[in-house]
Design a protein around this ligand. Structure first.
Ligand SMILES: CC(C)(COP(=O)(O)OP(=O)(O)OC[C@H]1O[C@@H](n2cnc3c(N)ncnc32)[C@H](O)[C@@H]1OP(=O)(O)O)[C@@H](O)C(=O)NCCC(=O)NCCS
Length: 150
């Protein structure tokens, strides 16, 4: 895999998108509110809901970079660091780490903010691997000229 100039993060197992205590400076890919419908039978926010949002955030980066259809092929590592509760603002940040012939490694972080406070906290992180595919669903090479992705 090559590491193009547009990426600044390392390929460590747990890349950090944020510096210091707060969330990343870049705008989030997705921002939403955790609602009662997103809870599991115990009344806690369902981990699968967060994973779905993370997949969407990473998919947005992948599709934009690959300029076309992409699929999730792997999630290298995922860690749930803190709970999300109903009413939290949830922000998803995603950044391209590295690329191969057809694959892209994308770091994703989810951050929560309580509805009435400025207390940001990282709740989940993961590295997603996406593959660019063609109309026959086969892996296709990534474009050679690259986009600057912030
Ligand atoms: C993505 C897919 C087309 C790749 O097919 P494949 O036969 O493995 O293709 P290749 O062997 O050419 O691999 C393509 C790339 O994927 C990478 N890859 C494949 N499996 C991987 C895995 N488990 N982890 C990391 N990378 C993987 C390969 O390293 C290769 O990267 P490169 O082109 O950058 O060198 C196929 O695995 C697929 O369709 N998977 C299902 C995807 C899907 O439906 N996702 C949604 C699930 S709900």
């Amino acid at each position: 895999m090559s590491d193009p100039d547009l990426t600044s993060s390392s390929r460590s197992a747990d890349p950090e998108l944020s510096e210091g205590e707060g969330p990343p400076a870049e705008p989030p890919m997705i921002r939403t509110i955790a609602m009662p419908a997103d809870t599991n039978p115990a009344g806690d926010i369902f981990g699968g809901w967060l994973m779905s949002l993370m997949d969407m955030a990473a998919g947005n980066v992948a599709t934009r970079y690959a300029r076309g259809r992409c699929v999730t092929v792997a999630v290298d590592s995922i860690a749930f660091l803190a709970p999300v509760v109903v009413g939290d603002e949830v922000s998803l940040y995603a950044k391209l780490l590295s690329t191969g012939r057809s694959s892209m490694r994308i770091a994703v972080e989810a951050w929560r903010r309580p509805r009435v406070a400025e207390d940001y906290r990282k709740v989940t992180r993961a590295v997603f691997v996406f593959v660019a595919i063609d109309e026959n669903r086969r892996a296709r090479p990534l474009p050679t000229s690259t986009l600057e992705l912030e």
